[in-house]
Design a protein around this ligand. Structure first.
Ligand SMILES: [Zn+2]
Length: 310
C-alpha cells in the first residue's frame, strides 16, 4: 500500500498578484525538495480531477458556489485580477485551480477508501480552511478538507470522521461548516490573537480548539496536543482522518509567530498515524493549507510525508 500524491498544473496557475505569499512557488519548492531528497519515488502520483458542483455543495451553500463561479468567470472574461477582500484575489485561472484543489481532496478520499492507497497528500492551492459555508476569505475559496470529509460521510457512507488542523491560523471556515455535526470531530491548534481572530470560544461540542500564545515552541505544543487532542480522538474512534496541513507555524514562517520545526511536524504526524491505525485502518487524507517560508515549507512537507510513507 502506498501514499498517493495528488496535484495538478492548474493549481500552479492561480495567482493573487506580485508579492502575495500564497504563490505558485510554494508548490515548486515542495516538488523540488521531493525530487532532491528522493522522496518522490516513494509516492504514487495522481492528477487531481475537477470537483463537481455537487461536491462543493456538500460543504457550501448553493448560493455561495454559484456566486463564486460567476465572480471567477467574470475575472476570466476580463483577464484581470478581482479582489474578494484585500488578501483574497481571483485571476483568470482561479476557477480551475479551486476545482482541482477540492477535486484532489475528494479523489484522494476515494483512492484511500477504495484501497488504492493507504493514505494521501494533496499538494494543492488555493488552500481551503478559511472558506466558510457561504464566504470566501483568507486566500481560500472552497473548503477542500470539509468537502472531502462530507464526501466520506454522505457519499461513501462513513459514520465518523475526524479533521486535524495544525495550520498557524484558526480553521474558522471548517469550524463554520462542521460545528454541531456530531459525525465529525475537529481538533486544532492555532496561534492565539492571530488572523482570523476566531476560535477562542468553540462553536460546537465537536470542536477541540487550542489557541496557543505567540512564541510557543514545539515541546509545549506537543504537550497540549497529547493532553487535549489525543484523548478526544481516541474516544471518538474516527473511521478516517483528514488533515488541514498548514506549515506556517514553523519557526521560519513570518505569517505566524509559533516555533514549530520539522521534528514537530514529524511528531504530530506520527501521533495522527497511530490514531488512524488503531481506529481507521490507517486511512488519512492530508491537504496542504498554509506555509509561506518556501524552504521551511518544503522541508516540513517532507517530514510529514516521510511518516505517511513509512
Ligand atoms: Zn495559515
Amino acid at each position: 500500500m502506498t501514499t498517493a500524491y495528488f496535484s495538478h498544473p492548474d493549481c500552479r496557475a492561480h495567482q493573487m498578484g506580485p508579492g502575495h505569499p500564497e504563490c505558485p512557488a510554494r508548490l515548486d519548492a515542495i516538488e523540488d525538495h521531493l525530487l532532491a531528497t528522493g522522496l518522490d519515488v516513494a509516492l504514487t502520483r495522481f492528477d487531481a480531477p475537477l470537483a463537481s458542483l455537487d461536491d462543493l455543495r456538500l460543504a457550501h451553500s448553493a448560493g455561495h458556489v454559484s456566486e463564486l463561479r460567476e465572480f471567477m468567470e467574470q475575472a476570466a472574461a476580463s483577464g484581470e485580477y478581482r479582489a474578494l477582500d484585500p488578501d483574497t484575489l481571483v485571476c483568470p485561472a482561479t476557477w480551475q485551480a479551486a476545482l482541482r484543489a477540492a477535486g484532489a481532496a475528494v479523489a484522494a478520499t476515494d483512492a484511500v477508501l477504495d484501497g488504492r492507497a493507504q493514505n494521501a497528500f494533496c499538494a494543492v492551492r488555493p488552500p481551503g480552511h478559511h472558506a466558510m459555508r457561504s464566504q470566501a476569505m483568507g486566500f481560500c475559496f472552497f473548503n477542500n478538507v470539509a468537502v472531502a470529509a462530507r464526501h466520506a460521510l454522505e457519499v461513501r457512507g462513513l459514520e465518523r470522521v475526524a479533521i486535524v488542523d495544525f495550520d498557524v491560523h484558526h480553521g474558522n471556515g471548517t469550524e463554520d461548516i462542521i460545528a454541531g455535526d456530531e459525525r465529525m470531530l475537529m481538533v486544532s491548534i492555532f496561534q492565539d490573537q492571530l488572523y482570523p481572530f476566531s476560535g477562542g470560544v468553540p462553536l460546537g461540542t465537536n470542536m477541540v480548539n487550542l489557541p496557543i500564545p505567540a512564541y510557543t515552541r514545539g515541546a509545549a505544543v506537543r504537550e497540549l496536543i497529547a493532553a487535549n487532542w489525543l484523548p478526544r480522538l481516541e474516544s471518538f474512534k474516527p473511521q478516517m482522518i483528514f488533515i488541514s496541513a498548514g506549515f506556517d507555524a514553523h519557526r521560519e514562517d513570518e505569517l505566524g509567530q509559533l516555533g514549530l520545526v520539522e521534528a514537530d511536524y514529524e511528531w504530530i504526524t506520527r501521533r495522527i498515524v497511530e490514531v488512524a491505525e488503531r481506529h481507521a485502518g490507517g486511512r488519512i487524507v492530508s491537504c496542504l493549507e498554509g506555509g509561506y517560508a518556501l524552504s521551511a515549507l518544503a522541508r516540513s512537507v517532507a517530514s510529514h510525508l516521510r511518516v505517511l510513507v513509512e
